[in-house]
Design a protein around this ligand. Structure first.
Ligand SMILES: Cc1ncc(COP(=O)(O)OP(=O)(O)O)c(N)n1
Ligand SMILES: Cc1nc(C(=O)O)sc1CCOP(=O)(O)O
Ligand SMILES: [Mg+2]
Length: 215
């Protein structure tokens, strides 16, 4: 599944690690799938996350199995070795991670996502072979300690206006209340952590987001 095929999976892209979840992450993922998420990223990172690589790998494998039973592609954040080891469907890297251009040959057809904060970075991601980009933070977020300043939908609009043709999701502080503005700006979907993971009812939260996106 390359660029065109990925678009439909970007509609409601759920990201989580155990640190984002007030209850068991496996239960939350199952409920999020019930609610209609279209892609999942395992991001075990930051305050409260698991420490040992064994624990992280075991959790990744359990979450991958849940995604496989529902045909939801499973992306690993940052860790190329883990993605390759467990046979993930893709890897997401940021500007301070392994360089997309360096890993493209190693990941052998896996989905490659890249975080960008400008049209310039989007252009480079496209040239490096990224299948999609994550653009953020759109709104202020509490889920990423080192997040940059929120820029609203300006960067998404800039990328569209520059004619850079790559599937993209907005990320950062996205809720059912503001998701429509992200899609209206030109994103193919939204990527969320807390709107689903910290909801008392993750399935209902995912359903509400989906309804807004499908509009
Ligand atoms: C879909 C998506 N977009 C952006 C990011 C952020 O990646 P990065 O800037 O590398 O920050 P960390 O998530 O690694 O803290 C993402 N993970 N997913
Ligand atoms: C993982 C991540 N990356 C961002 C970026 O701007 O690149 S913002 C972010 C956190 C998104 O979490 P929430 O939906 O809870 O705001
Ligand atoms: Mg990263």
């Amino acid at each position: 599944m390359k660029r065109e095929g990925i678009k439909k999976h970007l509609a409601l892209y759920f990201i989580a690690g155990s640190q984002d979840c007030p209850k068991n992450i496996e239960e939350i993922l199952i409920e999020a799938i019930e609610g209609g998420i279209t892609l999942f990223q395992f991001r075990e990172k930051g305050k409260g996350s698991l420490h040992t690589s064994d624990e992280i790998e075991q959790l990744a494998v359990r979450l991958l199995q849940i995604c496989r039973t529902s045909n939801i592609p499973f992306i690993v954040n940052d860790d190329v070795e883990l993605a390759l080891k467990i046979g993930a469907d893709g890897i997401h890297v940021g500007q301070d991670d392994a360089k997309a251009g360096d890993i493209i040959t190693r990941i052998n057809g896996m989905i490659l996502g890249v975080s960008v904060h400008s049209a310039e970075e989007a252009k480079r991601a496209l040239a490096d072979g990224a299948d999609y980009i994550g653009v953020g933070p759109v709104f202020p977020t509490s889920s990423k300690e080192d997040a940059k300043e929120a820029r609203g939908t300006a960067v998404i609009e800039e990328i569209k206006q520059a004619g850079i043709d790559i599937p993209m999701v907005g990320i950062g502080g996205i809720t059912a209340e503001n998701a429509k503005s992200v899609v209206m700006a030109g994103a193919d979907g939204v990527s969320v952590i807390s709107s689903i993971s910290r909801s008392e009812h993750p399935a209902a939260a995912a359903r509400a987001l989906k309804k807004v996106i499908n509009g």
